[in-house]
Design a protein around this ligand. Structure first.
Ligand SMILES: [Zn+2]
Length: 57
């Protein structure tokens, strides 16, 4: 599972970079918490990885 390397900072609109490195073997799994930090305002964000597959049917 892939997660973005950067997200938009909700505080200042800057580019927050991912702090957490993906596990080498499996990558990120749903439920993992990925940390981002914005270098502009110093705000840290913790994002929970969600299962991207909607298994309807
Ligand atoms: Zn920011």
């Amino acid at each position: 599972m892939e997660v973005p390397e950067t997200i938009t900072c909700v505080e200042c609109g800057g580019v927050a970079r991912r702090l957490t490195l993906p596990p080498e073997e499996e990558g990120f799994l749903p439920g993992d918490v990925v940390a981002y930090i914005c270098p502009e305002c110093g705000q840290r964000f913790d994002v929970v990885v969600e299962d991207e597959a909607d298994r309807d049917g």
